[in-house]
Design a binder for this molecule. Structure first.
Ligand code: DSN
Length: 481
C-alpha cells in the first residue's frame, strides 16, 4: 500500500470500528483483537491468506442488502442493475485472468461451487426430453413427473475422486459428504512408497469403474497434477473432467502452473474458492466451457441462495489485483517459499509426505516426534504458530487425531517472507516439535490429544517469530485509533 492508501485505510477502519462499537462494542473489540492476533502469529494454514484492504472494504457495503437471484439481465427481483454491473465485471475479470470461456462468480464457497458443477454435469449429461424440458422452462415450473424422470435418468451415477487421506477434499466423494451420498463414489489414492499420484493406476480404476465424473484437485497434496493426463483418462472412459483448483488457483492465475499443469484448457469444468492462494474474499467460482455454461448458470436457484453481491464486487476487485504483474511475482514466491520451507525441514531431519513440494504446501509427518497431528497443532499454537492437523496417506491416527500437519506459504508470502524467513519458520517448528511430549490419559496411557511442551520453548519461539514478523508487518501503515 502507498502511504496515502495506508492513511486512508487507517482512518476508514478506525471510523468503521467506532460505528460498530456504538451498537455492539464487543464485536468492535473482537475485530481489533483479531487483527492483533493475525499480526502477532505465524499463519501457516495453507488455505488462508490476507486479502487487501480494497478487497475487504468492498465487502462492507450496501450491496450486502440486495437480493439478486438469477443471472445478469435475468433476475427474479427488481432493481438489480448495479448488481448486474458488478457480476458482469467480476465474470469478465475471471474469464480474462484464467483464459476461460465462461465464468460464474455467484457460488458462496468452494462447496457451493462444487455443487453447481455437479448439478451442471448431471443436467448436461442427461440427454433427450428431460434436458430440453429443463432448458425450455424455469426450474420452478418443472413438474413432479419431470423430476421423477430426472431421478430415473440420473440414478446410480458414478464419481471418481482423490481420497481424503491422499490429499483430496471432502467434496470429492468422501462418504460423509453429500458428494459421497449423491454419487456412487470410488477414490483413487497415491503410491504407498512415494506418496505421488500414479496416473496408470488412476486410469486403470477409471476403466474399471467408468465414472460419469472424474474429479482432480486436492487440498493436501503437495505436488502438481498433470491435467492433460487426467483429461486423457476422462476421455478414454467417457467421463467429464472436473478440476477443483480451490487451493492452487493463485498459482494458476499467477502463471506458475502452465501447460499441462493449468487445469483450465484441459477440464470441462473448473471450480475454485477465491480466498486461498488467489487472495480474494471468501467465496467460490466456477469456470466452464461454453458447452457447460447454460447448466452452470442455473446454479442459483438450483443449489445456491441469492448471490452475495457485496462478495461478487470484492471478487471483481481481487481478480483485478490478480491480473496485475505483481501478482505473478507473488505466486512464484509462494511456490519458491514452499520449497524453502520443505528444504528447511529436510535439512533438520524432517519427514515430509512425498519428500518435498512443488506447489504452495508442505505436509509434515509428525510421527517421528512421537506426536499426533493434534498434539503438534496444539503445541505449535501455544508457541504462536498457526497450522492445521491433517491426515497423511494411510494414516494410523484417522482423520481426527491424524499424524500430520499441513503448512502453506500463501499468507506469510503476502507479508513479504522469503527464503530466509521460511528457513527460520522450519527451524521454529522443529524446535517446538522436538520439545513436545505426548501427555497421559486418565487411565495412565499415552494420550493422542494432550501434550507437554518443555518450559520456556513457547516464549523463545514467540520472541524469534516476533523478530521476523516485525520486519514484515501485516497491512503496513494501517494503524487503528
Ligand atoms: N477448509 C479448506 C482447507 O483447509 O483446505 C477447504 O475445505
Amino acid at each position: 500500500m502507498t502511504d496515502d492508501l495506508s492513511r486512508l485505510s487507517s482512518s476508514a477502519y478506525s471510523q468503521a470500528l467506532e460505528v460498530i462499537a456504538s451498537v455492539e462494542p464487543r464485536i468492535a473489540e473482537a475485530t481489533r483483537a483479531e487483527l492483533a492476533d493475525q499480526r502477532a502469529s505465524l499463519k501457516l494454514i495453507a488455505s488462508e491468506n490476507y486479502a487487501s484492504p480494497a478487497v475487504l472494504m468492498t465487502m462492507g457495503t450496501w450491496f450486502s442488502d440486495k437480493y439478486a437471484e438469477g443471472t445478469v439481465g435475468h433476475r427474479f427481483y427488481a432493481g438489480c442493475q448495479n448488481v448486474d454491473t458488478v457480476e458482469s465485471i467480476a465474470a469478465e475479470h475471471a474469464r480474462e485472468l484464467f483464459g476461460a470461456e465462461y465464468a460464474y462468480v455467484q457460488p458462496h464457497s468452494g462447496i457451493d461451487a462444487n455443487l453447481v458443477a455437479f448439478w451442471s454435469i448431471l443436467a448436461h449429461r442427461v440427454e433427450g426430453p428431460w434436458l430440453e424440458k429443463a432448458q425450455a422452462k424455469n426450474v420452478n415450473e418443472l413438474t413432479d413427473a419431470d423430476w421423477e424422470e430426472l431421478r430415473r435418468e440420473l440414478g446410480n451415477q458414478r464419481l471418481l475422486g482423490m481420497s481424503l487421506d491422499a490429499g483430496g477434499h471432502l467434496t470429492h466423494g468422501f462418504r460423509p459428504n453429500i458428494s459421497g451420498k449423491m454419487f456412487h463414489q470410488q477414490q483413487y489414492g497415491t503410491d504407498p512408497e512415494t506418496g505421488l499420484l500414479d496416473y496408470d493406476k488412476v486410469a486403470a480404476k477409471a476403466r474399471e469403474f467408468k465414472p460419469l465424473v472424474l474429479v482432480a484437485g486436492y487440498s493436501a497434496y503437495p505436488r502438481r497434477v498433470d491435467f492433460a493426463k487426467m483429461r486423457e483418462i476422462a476421455d478414454e472412459v467417457g467421463a467429464t473432467l472436473m478440476v477443483d483448483m480451490a487451493h492452487f488457483a493463485g498459482l494458476v492465475a499467477g502463471n506458475v502452473f502452465t501447460g499441462d499443469e493449468d487445469p483450465v484448457p484441459h477440464a470441462h469444468i473448473v471450480t475454485s474458492t477465491t480466498h486461498k492462494s488467489l487472495r480474494g474474499p471468501r467465496g467460490g467460482l466456477v469456470l466452464a466451457t461454453e458447452e457447460y455454461a447454460p447448466s452452470v448458470d442455473r446454479g442459483c436457484p438450483m443449489v445456491l441462495g441469492g448471490p452475495l453481491s457485496h462478495v461478487m464486487a470484492a471478487k471483481a476487485v481481487a481478480f483485478a489485483e490478480a491480473r496485475q504483474d505483481s501478482f505473478r511475482g507473488y505466486a512464484q514466491q509462494v511456490a519458491d517459499n514452499a520449497k524453502s520451507l520443505a528444504e528447511g525441514f529436510l535439512t533438520r531431519g524432517g519427514d515430509l509426505v512425498t519428500g518435498g513440494t512443488d506447489n504452495h504446501l508442505v505436509l509434515v509427518d509428525v510421527s517421528k516426534y512421537g506426536l499426533t497431528g493434534r498434539q503438534a497443532e496444539s503445541a505449535l499454537l501455544e508457541a504462536g504458530v498457526v497450522t492445521n492437523r491433517n491426515s497423511v496417506p494411510a494414516d494410523p491416527n484417522g482423520a481426527w487425531y491424524t499424524s500430520g500437519i499441513r503448512l502453506g506459504t500463501p499468507a506469510l508470502t503476502t507479508r513479504g517472507f522469503g527464503h530466509d524467513e521460511f528457513d527460520t519458520v522450519a527451524d521454529l517448528i522443529v524446535e517446538v516439535l522436538s520439545n513436545t511430549q505426548p501427555g497421559t490419559t486418565k487411565a495412565g496411557g499415552r494420550s493422542k490429544a494432550s501434550f507437554v511442551l518443555a518450559d520456556g520453548v513457547a516464549d523463545k519461539v514467540k520472541a524469534r517469530s516476533a523478530e521476523i514478523l516485525d520486519k514484515h508487518p501485516l497491512y503496513p501503515g494501517l494503524e487503528l485509533v
